[in-house]
Design a protein. Sequence first.
Length: 110
Amino acid sequence: MQKQSVKVAEDRRTRRGTVRYDRVLVAVTLALLGLGLVMVFSSSAILAGDKFGDPWHYFRRQAVNAVVGLALMALAARVPYRLYRYLAYPILGVTALLLLLVLIPGVGGI
């Protein structure tokens, strides 16, 4: 009986075309993000004020990156998991190659 009700719920969700998120996971992610932004500001406000004349300089940069990251997270959540399963080994290979490139002097230097 339980399996049938779950299947019906999945069918309804698929027909509507909506994506359901795990609310607890989203809440924890947003809480950690907010805490991280507070920590960036508290640790860099004095330095940014002295260096750039604006204590919010590093905070603003981090906040913009956080918004971009949240948008990419929402986009990644909409991708079917089977596509990730299919691309797991190629992504692993590219990641390993990029990690090896870090060891080569002069590559990716800032």
